[in-house]
Design a protein around this ligand. Structure first.
Ligand code: FAD
Ligand code: MLT
Ligand code: ZN
Length: 530
């Protein structure tokens, strides 16, 4: 641990975090809930079901409120067909709750069939058959999505990508890795690290989410400020179209200007245009030196000044710039006693990470950045560490923030891009609007990418708060020309609000594209587009 002598009170961490990967996946309670739900024993964990048009009471089936599309009904002959294609073990007809319930436990579908193909050809055969039969399908990765995109809304067949989980190659010379879509992000990263590379994407759900799910949502996470988003890192994809055609857009090069860049259509299209089965990822080298600072600040104005200073002074080694407000931090600390924040009592906290190739140089830079910030009175206190265990502990605090908010409460979650100068105002505005109806209104997120996670939690789903926050939050964002989804996507929960971020001509082109790729609308219906 290093910090400028005399300037900062260094606080030692009293406890080590013992639960490995705790912050990377569902909380223990949630994991249990989801595991139980998978066994079909805990249907009551579904607290509420939200249709944006009209919220439903607890435990109501979503299909009660959504007009089922004109799809065929699954029958025994279909199941027998799939059993023959995939083998009985890979065709599930029982204990499907875990596949039917979304991570936030807001949506529960009613699928009667989960298919687990083992290779691209099997995915192709499934879709060809479903397209001919007009059976609707929802592609599912790790089911960690936060907008209800990965679960059935009515009785769609769940196409689970779990078995396509191999890292096919990692080339340490070119930095290019070829991986199947169902590979868990953390496993993929571990394989890359074996040869000194790393996956340029990191997010709190990494122990559960799939790389194919990440690509399909164009997931952001905590390294976008350094490596950009997946449109830059994904060099190629293989996708199976609704009619079963395999579209091979794999590439081993950064540069390829041979016509339309079709791979981009599958990055962020949330399983509505095709099923991603394989991809090529450009992986950077693991940084030799990583330092993390966790600092306390008094005002959002100081946060902005510190961000500008970080860009100016840390420049090429800046690899993360995250913001957590006091309520978000305190909620996590209250819920997870094993977390130990090095500082407390500030309205704002920033987690700033540097990654570089020269430890001494980087330490000097980050220490200087902090001492200058302290001299100017912008940074009030904090800790900085380059020791891997401590770095992980600090990251754990950030990763547990979203889970703290849903541990015991219902949470309305918003994931918006806003101009930096207006970044935090919405949190105060929302506090005012919700008053005592909400237990916590807080903001955190990827400040370095202008991406705010605004969260409003309450004991349970509450119609009154719901009306106070939606569509207000989308109107507000739209007025500032922000995005109503910075990284989580549109899925089911936000589909009625797409027009706040896309104009009618753009939406019509999206519809036309959907029609061209999937004329029968079998792929992930009820999502993204109304
Ligand atoms: P799923 O949830 O299974 O699916 C998401 C969408 O992609 C669905 O529409 C689904 O149909 C589609 N899909 C999945 N696999 C495929 C495929 N192979 N082909 C076609 N379509 C497919 N997101 C961020 O962007 N940044 C974050 O920092 C972040 N942090 C998170 C932290 C926590 C604790 C949690 C629970 C979630 C977080 N998320 C974050 C949201 C989520 O993890 C990401 O959206 C992730 O990319 C979803 O991956 P998945 O495999 O779980 O996909
Ligand atoms: C995060 O940055 O923690 C995720 O996007 C999840 C969330 O918004 O809660
Ligand atoms: Zn995020």
């Amino acid at each position: 641990m290093r910090f400028p002598q005399g300037l900062m009170q260094m606080r030692r961490y009293a406890t080590a975090v013992t639960l490995r990967q705790f912050g990377h996946t569902h909380t223990q309670t949630q994991t249990q809930a989801i595991t139980h739900a998978r066994r079909g024993t805990e249907a009551t964990v579904v607290r509420t079901l939200a249709s944006s048009a009209s919220p439903l009471p607890e435990l109501t089936q979503i299909s009660d409120n959504v007009q089922r599309g004109n799809y065929a009904q699954l029958n025994d002959k279909d199941v027998a067909h799939f059993e023959q294609l995939l083998g009985k073990n890979h065709v599930l007809t029982e204990d499907l709750e875990g596949y039917n319930i979304c991570f936030l436990k807001r949506i529960r579908g009613n699928s009667k069939l989960v298919l687990k193909p083992g290779n691209t050809q099997e995915v192709a055969a499934i879709l060809r058959y479903c397209n001919e039969r007009r059976l609707a399908v929802v592609p599912q990765g790790g089911n960690t999505g936060l907008v209800g995109g990965s679960v059935p809304i009515c009785d769609e067949i769940v196409l689970s990508m779990q078995r396509l989980n191999k890292v096919l190659s990692v080339d340490e010379v070119t930095g290019i890795a070829i991986v199947e879509a169902g590979c868990i992000l953390e496993n993929f990263d571990q394989r890359a690290r074996d040869v000194g590379l790393t996956v340029p994407l990191d997010l709190g759900a990494k122990a559960s989410c799939h790389i194919g799910g990440n690509v399909s949502t164009n997931a952001g996470g905590v390294r976008v400020v350094r490596y950009g988003n997946l449109h830059g890192s994904v060099l190629g994809v293989e996708a199976v179209l609704a009619n079963g055609q395999v579209l091979d857009l794999m590439s081993n090069f950064k540069k390829d200007n041979t016509g339309y860049h079709m791979k981009h259509l599958f990055i962020g299209s949330e399983g509505t245009l095709g099923v991603v089965t394989k991809l090529a990822m450009l992986c950077p080298h693991v940084s030799k030196a990583v330092n993390v600072a966790f600092i306390g600040l008094n005002s959002f104005d100081d946060v902005l000044k510190t961000f500008v200073s970080a860009k100016r002074n840390l420049g090429e080694i800046l690899s993360s710039c995250e913001l957590i407000d006091e309520l978000a931090l305190n909620t996590a600390l209250q819920q997870f006693k094993f977390l130990n924040s090095p500082i407390s009592g500030y309205p704002f906290y920033m987690l700033i990470e540097t990654s570089g190739s020269n430890g001494d140089h980087d330490e000097e830079k980050i220490n200087q950045f902090i001492s200058q910030g302290m001299e100017r009175g912008e940074i009030l206190d904090g800790t900085v560490s380059g020791e891997p265990g401590k770095v992980q502990e600090i990251w754990k605090i950030r990763e547990m923030v979203p889970l703290g908010l849903i541990e015991k409460s219902f949470c309305f979650k918003y994931d918006i891009s806003l101009p930096l100068r207006d970044f935090y105002n919405i949190v105060d505005v929302m506090r005012e609007r919700c008053g005592p109806l909400a237990t916590v209104v807080c903001g955190y997120g990827h400040l370095g990418d202008s991406n705010l996670h605004l969260n409003v939690s309450c004991e349970q789903f509450n119609d009154e708060i719901y009306k106070r926050v939606e569509p207000f939050v989308y109107e507000y964002t739209s007025q500032l020309k922000g995005s109503i989804s910075a990284e989580h996507g549109i899925g089911f929960l936000k589909k009625d609000y797409l027009h706040y971020s896309k104009n009618p001509v753009a939406i019509q082109w999206m519809r036309d594209m959907k029609k061209m790729f999937d004329p029968n609308g079998i792929l992930n219906p009820y999502k993204m587009l109304n």
